[in-house]
Design a protein around this ligand. Structure first.
Ligand SMILES: [Zn+2]
Length: 214
């Protein structure tokens, strides 16, 4: 016996103020926002933002992200080359922060969101425990999304520190900003309740033997 859920009683939580009211009202009685049971076209929107983010991830990594001028030498380097430069200079914490924030975290976020979209649309059938764990990790990684901004702050600080060294952003910086913004939008468009709706419909088909709803 599954416990009663708001969706079965057509009760929607207002996206703006959080008030729960019948979806038949159309508008929230408190703040007059439009009521939806689920975010509309959530999976399609999330996928569109994820594809845009993945496309921008390529120029973000192969074009120079910073142009370093030091003692008259001008050196344009990609994110990975930048990490290598800091690593060789012995600046291990900066190298690690840049690697984690600009290479690892965006990839993790994009892969996890693609997987959650696949699970919510019934393309993969993970166990409830696995689904819960991946969603928890996405939330955890999402909380660190501002680390990307921190990298920029570190770079600016470096410009201030080095009197004989100037760092200017390269074309990859714009692409990188796009990756950050699009993954943020993708995470915002995703409605996690679709995951639990899908799990519930799977459990129902297990007990009744009917094929799952498309
Ligand atoms: Zn409201």
């Amino acid at each position: 016996m599954t416990p009663p859920r708001a969706i079965h009683r057509a009760i929607a939580s207002c996206h703006t103020c959080g008030l729960a009211s019948p979806v038949s009202l159309g508008k929230c009685p408190r703040c007059h926002s439009t009521l939806h049971l689920r975010k509309s076209n959530s999976i399609q929107r999330t996928l569109a933002f994820l594809i845009a983010a993945s496309a921008l991830y390529i120029p973000a990594n192969i074009l120079p992200i910073m142009v370093v001028a030091e003692f008259g030498d001008v050196l344009a380097s990609t994110i990975l080359e930048g990490v290598a430069i800091f690593w060789r200079k012995g600046d291990y914490p900066i190298a690690l922060v840049i690697f984690i924030a600009s290479i690892l975290i965006p990839v993790l976020k994009i892969i996890a969101l693609f997987w959650l979209c696949a699970a919510a649309s019934g393309k993969v059938h993970p166990s409830p425990a696995a689904l819960g764990r991946v969603y928890w990790i996405t939330e955890l990684v999402g909380r660190w999304s501002m680390v990307d901004v921190f990298v920029v702050a570190v770079l600016v600080a470096l410009v201030q520190l080095g009197a004989l060294m100037t760092i200017t952003p390269g074309p990859a910086a714009l692409a990188f900003a796009g990756v950050v913004v699009f993954t943020m939008f993708a995470a915002m468009s995703f409605d996690p309740r679709l995951l639990w709706d899908r799990l519930e419909s799977l459990e129902k088909t297990k007990t009744s033997g009917n094929p799952p709803a498309p």
